[in-house]
Design a protein around this ligand. Structure first.
Ligand SMILES: *Cc1c(COP(=O)(O)O)cnc(C)c1O
Length: 390
């Protein structure tokens, strides 16, 4: 059975060129980037190149990029680092109800330690209203953290507008750009972001490596203490192979981004149309247009998302309910709840997230399988027979 992977927002396969770029840094250039001999210099050079590439891609200065052990660490660093560095000025944080757990749980941790967090609501498309951000700011607000694109429904938030408001009030703006990176162009000057999180494994790079962009002059406290790595901002011997992989993945991801966006959008819309044409009672979650090109989140009435997922898996098709980080719980997705989706309908949701290797044939096979599975499951559903009898 040929497997079909439609879960790229959970993670992606490393690109062969990424792996190829990484390998020499395990066996030939294995030096410690802090050593001054030639082994160390080779590693340092590779690290500088990777940093330059990432900085270049997002319009930053290389000194503003700090490598981290993944996206979760970048998010934690941004929130806790700024909270601790500026706590004398205020203890108020603004975030949203639809953030990734890396942000939400960092906020909750800070709430237990005397910080106050406002979780902004979203509309039915998952959009945050910049006016509400403006109204939520107080004299005590130190940082606003709103994601650039949501991982579950793909909605793209108006970060530049929100950042403008933050800047006027002298509040830092952090954005979790982990899902947006490689899917839509990102420029920190246009976004006016002060801090921005990235992760390798969502963009065909390695797992366990990420980066935090920290605009020059931003006050932030380190939370890993040790050697003087990353200009004293993140101690620990740098993971040179992984950061070389991240640099390569970012470079490959950015090249021909418009063409890739067009292709992904076409495939995603083919999947959407195929499903809508063949299956009744299906609802789109997320914004119709302000959405990542690869993401399609649908609610199938009268079925359980979990059953859909398992049945698709039996056919070798990998999708997701909610996000990988929240699956395993049977609670409906916090993102769909915040969007005001009916909880029962939310339980019937599936996220398809496409990648550059997916084909039209795979999309058509997925539609065929879904039609058969949804029909079979609905036949077993008492709610469905009631509905269709009416
Ligand atoms: C995946 C993801 C993260 C976590 O990144 P890791 O590298 O897996 O730790 C954070 N935020 C968003 C929006 C994500 O999609």
């Amino acid at each position: 059975m040929k497997k079909i992977y439609l879960d790229h927002n959970a993670t992606t396969p490393a690109h062969p060129e990424v792996v190829e770029a990484m390998l020499p840094y395990y066996h030939t250039y294995y030096g410690n980037a802090s050593s001054i001999h030639c082994f160390g210099r080779d590693a340092r050079k590779a690290m500088d190149d990777a940093r330059d590439k990432i900085a270049d891609l997002i319009g930053a200065d290389p000194q503003e990029i700090v490598f981290t052990g993944g996206g979760t660490e970048a998010d934690n660093f941004a929130l806790k680092g700024v909270a601790w560095a500026t706590e004398k000025e205020g203890n108020h944080i603004i975030s949203s109800a639809i953030e990734h757990p890396a942000i939400l749980n960092s906020c909750q941790y800070l709430e237990k330690r005397g910080f106050e967090v406002t979780y902004l609501p979203v509309d039915k498309y998952g959009l945050i209203d910049p006016l509400q951000v403006k109204e939520a700011i107080t004299d005590k607000t130190i940082i606003i953290s709103i994601m650039l694109a949501n991982n579950e429904v793909g909605t793209i938030e108006p970060i530049a507008e929100i950042a403008e408001i933050a800047r006027e009030r002298g509040v830092y703006l952090h954005t979790d750009a982990i899902q947006a990176f490689g899917k839509i162009p990102i420029n920190v000057t246009e976004l006016k972001a002060d801090l921005l999180s990235l992760s390798g494994h969502k963009i065909n790079g390695p797992k366990g490596i990420g980066a935090l962009y920290i605009r020059k002059g931003i006050r932030i406290t380190s939370f890993l203490h040790g050697g003087h790595h990353e200009r004293n901002r993140r101690a620990g011997t740098e993971n040179v192979p992984a950061l070389v992989g991240l640099g390569k993945a970012a470079e490959l991801g950015a090249c021909r981004i418009e063409e890739k966006t067009r292709r992904l959008t076409e495939l995603r819309d083919r999947l959407h149309k195929g499903i809508m044409d063949m299956i009744d009672h299906v609802h789109l979650n997320g914004h119709p247009t302000l959405r990542l090109p690869n993401t399609l989140n649908l609610s199938f009435a009268f079925v359980e998302g979990e059953s859909l997922l398992l049945n698709l898996d039996l056919k070798g098709i990998a999708a997701s309910t909610g996000s990988a980080c929240t699956s395993g719980t049977l609670d409906p997705s916090h993102v769909l709840m915040a969007m005001g989706i009916d909880p029962v309908l939310a339980q019937g949701s599936l996220r398809f997230s496409l990648g550059p290797d997916n084909t039209q044939e795979e999309i058509d096979t997925t539609v065929e399988c879904l039609v058969e599975i949804v029909e079979r499951l609905r036949m077993l559903s008492p709610l469905y027979s009631e509905k269709t009898a009416n």
